[in-house]
Every structure is written in C-alpha cells, then in structure tokens.
Design a protein around this ligand. Structure first.
Ligand code: CA
Length: 483
C-alpha cells in the first residue's frame, strides 16, 4: 500500500500554508516521543543513536514540535532500556555523554526542549545496587524490599523474595529508604544540571503498588526535588489508569500526567472519530481539562506500549489525520510517537511498535529490535510525504502549526458556542486577550455552519474550508480556526 495517498489523489486542503508562530516561553509544548534505537542511525552500524536524533532536530522542529521525550538512554540489558543498570551514563549503542551534551545544545539552539525517561520505580537486576543487595550487603540490602516468604509481586533470589512487580529483571526500589531517595535526587541533579529540561516518570502507579496516596506523594517529592535544580523542570508522569486516579495524581503538583483516557482504540479521540459525535468530543475536552486542573493536560493517541495511531484508526488515512486534528484541539501538551506522522503501524507484539523510522526506503531503516515479527510499512516514508501536501505528515504539520500560532489553543479556557447539529461543534478558547473559535465537522458529509469571525486556517482531510458571509462551508472531517 505504499504510495496510497498520492495514488488516490486526495484533493488539496488549500495549500499547506503555515501561520506565523507565536511561542511563549513556558512549559506548554508539542512533544515528540523518540525511541533512539529505531529513529536514526548516524554511523552506519544499523542502530539508532543520539547523533542521529541531533541530525533530525530540524525535521522535528519543522514539523512543529518544541519538545522531545527520549525513551531510556542509559546502559541496560534490554533493548528497550526500561531496566537501567547505570543512571549516570549513556547506552554505548546510542553514543557517548558528549553526544548527549551535543544533542542538548543543538536542541536548545533550535528551541526544542529535551526530557528523558526517569525509570526509578525499579532498576535492572544487573544494577550494582541490586547485586549488592542480593548478596546481603549491609548498606544496599534495604535499597530493595525483601521477604522471607513469597508475596504477590515478588520474585525469588536465593532463599529470599524481592518486590518486583514488572518482572524478576526489574526489582522495585524501596522508595521509603532515605538513602534511595538521596540516590534519585543525585540522578535528577546530574541530568538537570546538564540542561535536561525535565523527566518523563515511568510507571508512577507502581511506586507504591498497593498505596495510591503514597505514589502521589512520591510524585510530589520528585517534582519538589527537580525544581531545586531547574525551577522550570517539566515533569510528566505515566499513570496508566482512569480519569479519577489521574486527577488524584495531578494533586502531586507534577506538571502533567499522560491522558490515557483520550488514547488508544477506545479512548476519547478514537471514539469521537468513530461515532462522529460532537457531544462525545465536547465532553472529552472538559474531562481533559478537569483532570489537569491548574496544571497541564498531556493528551496523546498512542505511545510505545500501545497500538499505533494508524492501526487505531483502521489504517484509514482520513481517520488517521482527523484523529490528530482532534488531538490538536485539546489544551495542554500533545505527545506524538515517532513515525505516527507518516502512519507507521505496529502490532500486538511490543517490539513491532518500536521498529525503524521510515525515512525513505524500508531497506534503509535501523535494525529491527529483538523479537520483531512484523515490519510492515503501509504508507510512504518521510522523503515522499514531505513533498506531498496531502500527506499525513503535512496534515500533522498544519495541526502543530496552529497550536504554535495561537497560544489560546494550548492554554485557553474553553466555552461552548453551538452544537445544534450533532455532527458539528463550535467552541472558543481564550487566553489573555486572544480568543479563537474552533469549528469541527465530525461527519462524512459537507456542512454549512453559521459562524462569524475570520477564517485563519482550515484543517481538512480533503477539500477545503470556504468562508462566505457569516457562514463556513466545511468538508468531511474538517476543522476551522477563526479569529
Ligand atoms: Ca548507530
């Protein structure tokens, strides 16, 4: 199916004309999630690396992202890196600390923030703390939680059992131990003092698996500790859970928690596309805002653990685009998984969700991670999509651009204007003295909407938004931004 977009000849949504950006120096950004191993290989060994990310910073910035989240970059026995064995170094397959420093410098010069995964619920079982702990070392024994008898969530070592909810390779740190907290503080200090802009907190639900309030309190400790070393440190936590629990986590004062209820095949975004329901989407806008309260929502469609956006949207390029359009009208920071902008797909098998970025030809991608069973690419690579104004990639670019052009889209207070037609939603967003109106046609039919204001941008999967006197004519799955 490669090339399907141009073969089907979708009509242009006008030109891909971008608006002038109006960026504010705060913690609101469009973020791009990168699995370094599979993104870009700079030295020809077939493994993606930090210099490869640096090479592609202009590409990322041109797409409209002003932040990147790097999945774990530390030495680890696993291909994915979520079991760290040295928090103060860079995975040698990814490069050197100098490469990381260069990446940071280059990113900051281009106006891109860099946050990294902070995986401190657990370490690798190969981390020296754990090997010392397992051997009974007096200092390190209490870095982990040991039991003489089996308990749920424990694995065996020698005659004892240790807490390790994810797997035996990932022993849970004893976060009640002040020495462990001291270690975590030093890790945060190390990376923040280099200029790292913040952290993505892995698995916050597991900090205290059986005590949610203590997990929230530990998130607060992390945020309070991070701002000692960078007052602007941006912290986004992974609480893979429901709306009410995410609301509780926001009480920690961390900037963001990923909005899992908006993501995946049954989330707000996919449901709004599939039901074509303005009311469903409007409810979700309120939910997304209410969860975050005074803090920053973090909506997304998918990540490295879920099905990819193109799969969630049934490989339909129009639905793939419209889903991203709906994501982009939420307040807060959107997170986009690398490759989604070209419609890459995965499978139920985790490694298949993390295959090489298709820059041009499939034979040029990075080596498949271990365990990959499918490396299917259903749309063109970056090189062709950049040149095709109707591509998924260029649709993503227009969506990111309006978020960067109108601060109110990411930060504004929302107000319902009209939803007389169940397929059409009109609402406003106000931030400071800026108000934009957003009109969305959820249906597969053309709609004429009565609305005043000046059309600033139409975002369409095909056709274009046309403005008459007091009316908008909107093609299927289209979004209009008016000032
Ligand atoms: Ca390499």
């Amino acid at each position: 199916m490669a090339g399907v977009l141009s073969l089907l000849g979708f009509a242009a949504c006008g030109k891909v004309s971008l608006l002038e950006e109006n960026l504010i120096d705060d913690n609101y950004d469009n973020y791009y999630e990168i699995f370094v191993r599979s993104f870009r290989d700079s030295d020809g060994d077939g493994v993606g690396d930090l210099n490869g990310v640096t090479e592609k910073l202009d590409y990322i910035r041109d797409l409209g992202y002003t932040g990147i989240w790097l999945m774990p970059i530390h030495p680890s026995p696993s291909y994915h890196g979520y079991d760290v064995k040295d928090y103060y170094n860079v995975n040698p397959n990814y490069g050197t600390m100098e490469d990381y420093d260069n990446l940071l410098t280059a990113a900051h010069e281009k106006g891109i923030k860099v946050i990294i995964d902070l995986v401190v619920n657990h370490t690798s079982s190969q981390h020296p703390w754990f090997t010392a702990s397992a051997s009974g070392d007096a200092k390190y024994r209490s870095y982990y939680t040991w039991s003489s008898s089996y308990k749920e969530g424990y694995n065996k070592n020698g005659n004892s059992y240790y807490e390790s909810w994810f797997s035996g390779d990932m022993p849970d740190l004893n976060l009640d131990n002040s020495a462990v907290r001291g270690e975590i503080e030093n890790i945060m200090k190390f990376w923040l003092e280099k200029g790292t802009d913040g952290f993505r907190l892995d698995g916050v639900m597991y900090y205290y698996k059986t005590d949610g309030q203590k997990s929230v309190d530990f998130c607060k400790w992390i945020k309070d500790t991070a701002v000692k070393y960078n007052e602007n440190a941006y912290i986004v936590g992974e609480a893979w859970t429901n709306r009410s629990t995410i609301t509780d986590f926001y009480k920690s004062g961390c900037d963001s928690f990923f909005c899992f209820p908006a993501a995946q095949a049954d989330g707000y975004i996919a449901s709004s596309v599939n039901t074509q329901s303005a009311a469903t989407y409007w409810s979700s806008i309120k939910y997304v805002n209410d969860m975050a309260g005074q803090y920053i929502p973090a909506p997304f469609i998918c990540n490295h653990d879920t099905g990819r956006a193109a799969g969630i949207m049934q490989r339909d390029p129009e639905k793939i685009k419209f889903a991203y359009g709906l994501l982009s009208m939420y307040s807060g920071n959107t997170f986009t998984y690398y490759g989604d902008e070209i419609g890459m797909i995965g499978s139920q098998n985790d490694p298949d969700k993390r295959i090489g970025m298709l820059w041009d030809k499939p034979e040029n991608v990075t080596k498949a991670p271990p365990g990959v069973t499918s490396t299917e690419y259903i749309f063109d690579g970056v090189d062709k999509q950049l040149k095709d104004k109707n591509s998924i990639l260029n649709y993503y670019k227009v969506c990111n651009n309006v978020r960067n052009a109108f601060p109110s889209i990411m930060r504004g207070t929302t107000k319902l204007l009209a939803n007389d037609d169940p397929y059409v939603l009109a609402f406003s967003k106000t931030y400071g003295d800026e108000t934009v109106k957003i009109v969305i046609n959820f249906s597969t039919e053309k709609k004429t909407v009565t609305v005043d204001g000046k059309l600033a941008q139409g975002i369409c999967v095909s056709g274009s938004v046309k403005q008459g006197s007091g009316t908008l004519t909107m093609p299927k799955y289209s979004i209009a931004i008016l000032t």
